[in-house]
Ligand binder design. Sequence first.
Ligand code: SF4
Ligand code: SF4
Length: 700
Amino acid sequence: MIAQIIFSACLLIAVYFFSRNVSKIVRNINLGRDVRIKGDRKKRWTILLLVALGQTKMLKKPVVGFFHLIIYLGFIIVNIEVLEIIIDGVFGTHRVLSEIFPANIYSLLIGSFEVLAFGVLLACIVFLARRNLVKVPRLVADDLDGWPRKDANYILVMEILLMIAFLSMNATDQLLQEKGEAHYFKAGAFPVSATFFQPAYTSLTTSSLIFFERFFWWFHILGILFFLNYLVISKHFHILISFPNVFYSNLFPKGKFNNLDSVTREVKLMLDPAAENIAEGEPAPRFGAKDVYDLSWKQLMDAYSCTECGRCTAACPASITGKKLSPRWIVMKTRDRLEEAGRNYDLHGPNFRDNKALLGDYITPEELWACTTCNACVEECPVNISPLDIIMDLRRSLVMEESKMPNELAMMSSNIENNGAPWQFSPSDRANWVDGLDIPIMSDVAARGDAVDVLFWVGCAGSFDERNKNVTRSFAKILKAADIKFAVLGLEESCNGDPAKRAGNEFLFQMQAFTNINTLNNYGVKRIVTACPHCFNTLKNEYPELGGSYEVIHHSSFLQQLLLEGKIKIRENNLLSQESITYHDSCYIGRGNGIYEAPRQVLESFKAELREMKRCRTNGFCCGAGGAQVFKEEEPGRRRVNTERAAEAIATGANTIAVACPFCMTMMDDGLKNQGEEIPKLKDIAELVADSMEQVSPVS
Ligand code: SF4
Ligand code: SF4
């Protein structure tokens, strides 16, 4: 009876502290901004089943994924055994479930728990070895110095001890069952403990066996109650919180960045003073996030869900090339700051502010400006966390609330404001690329009362950059050869706003967006094709909420379709048929919008040998241009991102590097410099098609 009272008291104390600490975490998460997360619930349940329960993202690395799956299953399934232990502890029974289940089912249950427990034991030893002996780089990186590194080791050791206690308890229990000891009636099957653990106890007397069986029983259950309370102060809380976090995953294409409502209202007011203003008494709007209070509850839940696995950092081009940025650290520092905010709340009440902030005191501008917005971190995260989302909101605050940004980006913004392009070109030069090509201009088409099937959105790089003008001309020639009824906006086209948005200047982005939407809607445009993934992503994903809904097609998909329909044909004896090509995935059509096959199918039509780079498709490596990086100097690091990528392309030994983005073209072109004599040709897929089409002379 005393044992039952002690056990019940321990249980109540453990549950009390666990619930109290979990409610504090929930409270902390609610310190964030309230946002409504949109998206279909059916899709959410599917993601929960696949990513959280099915561990699909973990299994992308099969060996580690397998061991993690064992630990995870062990955690879920062996805990059924814990239920029995708790009932036994409270009521003084022994193996109470054996009286509920038929003997063979109970034996099957206990036998499989043992196998799983043994698997967990082995997996934890493997994980300890990876951290401390093999020293896998992402598990020994500097951002884990201090408590995070100890935490990871403590939990693995704890799990090993718990599994040893569980199996030792079973081993001694079975010996007592065989001795016919009262209370230890025959129940269960013990395939693992009988083989590996029992030999250590067979020579013991009955009283010693009872002592050890009780010792391990208490050690196991008290260890689990301790573990439960340790979870809430450890990264291992992800075991619980990753389920709701995955449920509330972003369901939109990764390339889509949210449009700040606070900015939309201001921009609408600028464009139309009669538009709705903020109501009296309503708090002043915030533009981006300075501190955890400005982040959304979902971003804060992300911070608590981080497993500190470092897969994001291991895939991050900025981190790989030695920049100060580590997406894992961004998430960890957000959680650290949130914990601090929570402690302030406990000590001084909800309205207390300590004059510290996530931006500045925890995360530096240098880290934020190193991000290329490539989405590799988001793609890699096994629990669908978006470090990029936090980075972008902090950038927005830096730019829009503090007017702090690299000089080159300030220049880029003023170019967009003045010239409608991120460079200092005259807007009147925008359509110079059409010279001699007889390209229909939308205003002329409309003036004739005519309509087009598709609008060719050229983009700033395609209009002004000398190298990329050839891509534009090539694509226009293909459209003409395929007899597509198209037109361009000509001088009416203006920057889509992507560089401003990715640089944190949401105001400028929305000004550009509203202007362009007005132009496009005035012409009744329905379909748009563009050779620029950034224009494609912005027009397709970010304009609809602002009133511009169009079918937007990237030229890789358009070319694939023209080839499939036979509207263009590649010559049998084309120049590439005897060559090899490697394709560089653009982040904004690849990870951003899931387009991987279309450009490859276009390349396959040349019958050339397609050689993939080491990092391709979902784990493709950025060229270093995105996130407005192309308009500024790279942050200090060991190597430039484009040099790293160009070297990887050269390593394939391919004769030609194919790209499908003007900014990848610029960055790869630059990255290929100083890489030796034998550098491959660099071409956009449109140039390759135009050069090899039947009946069309090569583009001059
Ligand atoms: S978006 Fe890309 S560059 Fe930015 S943190 Fe993530 S992986 Fe690194
Ligand atoms: S953000 Fe995701 S990928 Fe990065 S360390 Fe955390 S759990 Fe791992």
